[in-house]
Each structure stands twice: as C-alpha cells, then as structure tokens.
Design a protein around this ligand. Structure first.
Ligand SMILES: Nc1ncnc2c1ncn2[C@@H]1O[C@H](COP(=O)(O)OP(=O)(O)O)[C@@H](O)[C@H]1O
Ligand SMILES: [Mg+2]
Length: 347
C-alpha cells in the first residue's frame, strides 16, 4: 500500500545542508499498522511527510496505493492526497470552526454539497464518539477529544492510508490508550493502512504489527513487533528496549562486567522467553541438568499484544564447561540468549 524506494531528503544545500533521510526503503502492506520509532531528530517527521509529499524527496520514489506520487504534477498530487489522511501531535484544528465544520473542511474544499457532507460527517463523529460535541469549538475540548476530531477529519475524504505523526505524544497515558484503541478499531473496521511514527515504545507495543527503527536518517532495522521486543538487531534497538523494560543489570554489576571471559569469571545473560518457553520451568531444569547455579537478578513478564514474553537477567555460576553447556541448553530450548558480559567469581 505504501512503498518507499531509496528515498533521500536533504534540507538546504552547501555546507549547511542537512541529510535528513538516507536511502530509505519501506514497504507497508495493505491493512497493516506499521510503526517507525526513533529518537528526536532522527528523521521521523521527514519520513512521514515524504509519504504524502508535504516534503518532496530529494531522490527516490514514493508509491501509495499503486500510484507513484513522485511522478505526479501538483494538480494530480492534490487528488492523490485525498487517499492519504494525516494526524499530528498538536491536532492542527481550526479554532474558529466547530467540531462538525472542522471535520467537514476537507469535503468543502472538494466542493461537496452540504447534504452529502452531512452524510459523511455524522457517521464519522459517531465513529470517534463525538456526536454530542458537534457544535462545540476546539477550545472547549480535551486533548483526546481534539485528536478524535482530527482523526474524523483525516477520514473524511475516505483515505486508504492514515499517517500519524506522534499522534499521542501530547496526551496523558490513559488518553493515549484510548486514541490507540480508536486507531486499532479503525484499522480493523475500515481496513485502513496506518503508518505511525513515534518515539514511544508503548505505542509500538500496543498496536503496531511491524516496526522500523530510524537513526540519523537511516532505517537501521525492521521487524515484527514480537521479534523486536524479544531481540532487537541493533544496539540502538536494544537501548530502546532496555529503557522501556527497565531491565538492566544492577549498576554495581554493570561496572564489573568484562567483555571477554577469564579463568575465574562467569557469564551474565539476558534471556528472552517466548511461546511455550514462558510456561516451562526451564531454569530449574537447567540448574538440575547442567549443574550450574542460576542467580536471577531481574525478571519480568510482558504482554506484547496477544503474546507473552518473559525476560530475565541472570548470572550462570559454575565452571566454564558447565556454563557453556548451560548456554547451549538454553539456546536449544528456543530462548533468546544474550551474554551481557562476564564477572569475576568471588574468591
Ligand atoms: N524544514 C527543515 N529545514 C532544515 N532542516 C530540517 C527541516 N525539517 C527537519 N530538519 C532537520 O532534519 C532532521 C530530521 O528532522 P525530523 O524529520 O523533524 O526528525 P524527527 O521527527 O525524528 O524529530 C533534523 O536534523 C532536523 O533539524
Ligand atoms: Mg518529528
């Protein structure tokens, strides 16, 4: 539904040029919810604005619903944009218009008749739960209600794609959840393809099917959300995950971690369990069968949509032979094992 091929974007020129996107390839299939996460300044807004040509890419191709937008002249581009809705962090409503007239605006611009506009706007207000607020002004609404108006407005032209630029970043956690549920509902009911960018792992965890990680203008990894939360492929991905899970070895231990094993060290590991492994008593079996002692430093269980993920940081205490055997045992049982380092055994 959305396909970016080798898209680059440079702002300005000469020595002050900023290379905001570098050779980005991205495919979002029809009906999916795709997240792109990254730190501030990574190029997220530039990426999403290139999808509807609010920013023209400096190079590369942008296709939406089979149409190459980069090849379209401006008048045809305006037509094509009706197929792409967008919502923003700060809602961007018109203060002088009521809720009803904010939602009607794109249809007025398309010169639709007022009866036809009413036929579109009323069900949309119902969909977002704001039928009783139709005659109120944005200033009378909460942040969550304003975003609901923006969503209804974005859907007015019956788009195939909805772009969300940090749509929940200005909202409190509870309101965030309700807006994410609404987006999920719209995705399911209308089959709408959603591309959202965010700096919040919670957003990705709650509703995305796949996620891309953007760093300094480059898409550095892409994965199904379950895989990303189990074992991110990049260091930045692991930093995002660890900050989100708050699952780090104790500070005192981090300072003692050495990269390479020595004659009197033992490994500290991060284990991620999925599926059946979550409910199997692997750790006690491991201790029994391989003869190592397992000292659990931290553990938690997370629900990632309909899946359960167990995470643990543990020290494996035993001779090198036995700890090697223990690591092999864990890997055989489908655990994701990451050796964080090695610590000296107490004398
Ligand atoms: N209109 C612009 N002119 C010049 N530089 C810009 C412009 N918009 C964004 N940038 C720069 O491009 C980079 C990516 O910005 P942006 O896409 O807004 O990142 P994000 O949304 O991830 O915070 C940043 O270095 C930013 O300063
Ligand atoms: Mg941004």
């Amino acid at each position: 539904m959305i396909r970016l091929s080798n898209v680059s974007k440079t702002y300005g020129s000469g020595p002050s040029a900023v290379s905001a996107l570098k050779n980005v390839d991205l495919h979002v299939p029809h009906g999916s919810i795709h997240g792109v996460i990254g730190l501030s300044g990574a190029g997220k807004s530039t990426l999403i604005r290139c999808v509807n040509m609010l920013e023209r890419p400096s190079a590369g191709r942008v296709e939406v619903d089979g149409q190459d937008l980069t090849a379209l002249p401006n008048d045809r581009l305006n037509q094509a944009r009706h197929r792409i809705g967008m919502i923003f962090q700060h809602f961007n409503l018109l203060a002088s218009r009521t809720v009803y007239r904010n939602v009607a605006l794109p249809l007025e611009l398309m010169h639709m008749k007022s009866a036809a506009i009413r036929e579109r706007v009323e069900p949309l207000l119902e969909l977002v739960g704001l039928t009783d607020k139709a005659d109120q002004y944005p200033a009378q609404l909460s942040g969550g209600q304003k975003q609901r108006v923006a969503i209804a407005r974005a859907l007015a032209s019956r788009p195939k794609v909805l772009l969300c630029d940090e749509a929940t970043s200005a909202l409190d956690p509870q309101t965030t959840r309700s807006i994410l549920e609404l987006l999920q509902d719209i995705n399911r009911k209308l089959g709408l393809t959603i591309l959202l960018i965010t700096h919040e792992m919670e957003v990705v965890k709650s509703i995305c099917h796949r996620v891309g990680l953007i760093s300094d203008g480059e898409l550095v990894e892409e994965a199904d959300v379950g895989d990303f939360f189990t074992a991110p492929a990049t260091r930045l991905g692991r930093e995002f995950l660890n900050a989100f899970l708050q699952l780090e070895p104790p500070k005192g231990l981090i300072d003692r971690l050495e990269e390479t094993p020595g004659p009197r060290t033992h490994p500290v590991v991060r284990l991620a369990f999925r599926g059946d492994a979550v409910s199997t008593p692997l750790i006690s079996r491991l201790a029994r069968e391989s003869g190592v002692d397992v000292s659990i430093l931290q553990a938690k269980v997370e629900s990632i949509q309909d899946r359960t993920l167990g995470l643990m940081i543990a020290e494996l205490i035993g001779t090198a032979d036995k700890t090697d055997e223990a690591l092999a045992y864990l890997e055989r049982h489908d655990l994701h094992v990451e050796v964080l380092g090695h610590v000296q055994r107490d004398a």
